[in-house]
Design a protein around this ligand. Sequence first.
Ligand code: IMP
Length: 417
Amino acid sequence: MPALAVLGAQWGDEAKGKVAHVLARDAQFSVRFNGGPNAGHTVQDGYGMARMHQVPVGALHPGCVGVLAHGMALDLWALWEELEDLREQGRPEPVLAFSPRVHLILPHHKLREELEGSAQRIGTTRRGVGPCYEDRAARRGLRLADLDDEKGVRNTLERAVAELRVRGYRDELPIEQTVDALLSFRRELGERVGGVRDRLEHALSEGKYVLFEGAQGALLDLDWGTYPYVTSSTTTVHGVGWGAGIRTDRLDRVIGVCKAYTTRVGEGPFPTEDRGPSGRHMRDVGREYGATTGRPRRCGWLDLVALRYACEINGLTELVMSKLDVLTGLSEVWLCDAYRIAGTRQEHFPTRAAELSAAVPVYERLPGWRADLSRKRTGDDLPRPVQRLVSFVEDRVGVPVKTVSVGPGEEQLVALG
Ligand code: IMP
């Protein structure tokens, strides 16, 4: 049985939730290794629509253990709400396992995000994820394991509040209430905390099926993304090693998910953004509004320079192309195959955001199609222009598109030859 990773190959929101949910059907473990409540993975199944933020989507399958590994930034308050929402849908309680090393998002992290202005500057999801990772790197964070030391928890919170006071924050921050809540969460989690890496290593050595669910996308990676307009974790395949403690050579398949167009939420360069009728078509037909914040997503054409880069950085073995049906009805489909920067044609993805902002896309224009794709189930059924689009992408990025998605349902995935 394989070990595989499902990763976003763009700026997040590629429909990884659906893909991971389908792929996790027979998995023994489904692992979240980066990000936290900033992620929004949507799953539509027999119980209804679930918006998952921290619970691995694979854990919706009975028999699959959802692992929240140490690379995440975990908000226990939000997790409790998410579990409650799942219960209200009548779903069985997901079986979860937590790394004791996972860092916790605390109330002061969200306040700091607002005070420091990163929420406005970067257009973050305002979930306190960045400040939590900052505290981790500054060695003043609080991990799940640290909840076993009540005095230490209080000290950490008092220090954080004192620091907020220095920054001019004057409102009351209920330290005792926060300590009580954290200790109660810890009691509730009980035996579910611990042994995560050992269990994963053991499962991998035994050849069991383990799925690693990436959050966000390659272009939001802290190091490889469009810095500083990025998230604060490792969203690429390297995050599997970084955030789950697993050797990435254990992975048999590294699956990148991309849309047939591109979207981005928040600030930052986006060369193929289309503010005209085609972009509006993508937003309206694709219902491109954030699963976490409800913000309208910026929309534009598929950027093959960026996708090629995501394939290289991640060593993707295959691509899943989602939302092809959204492009139905457009007379042409544009694909950006290179940039023109300061008058020079360039096929590689620039390192500096300013350079990317100056990039003018060089487009290849392919014919569109009018046929309804939603009931297509084989590659041969797909209209010629769709087949041509897929071949063009494969040719230019050098990675096979093994599956395309033609609608929101899980049955609307088409495996290609
Ligand atoms: P943060 O992760 O909340 O710090 O936000 C940093 C950047 O990443 C912002 O541009 C967010 O819009 C973006 N971002 C974070 N999580 C997601 C996601 O799951 N999908 C799409 N964009 C995201």
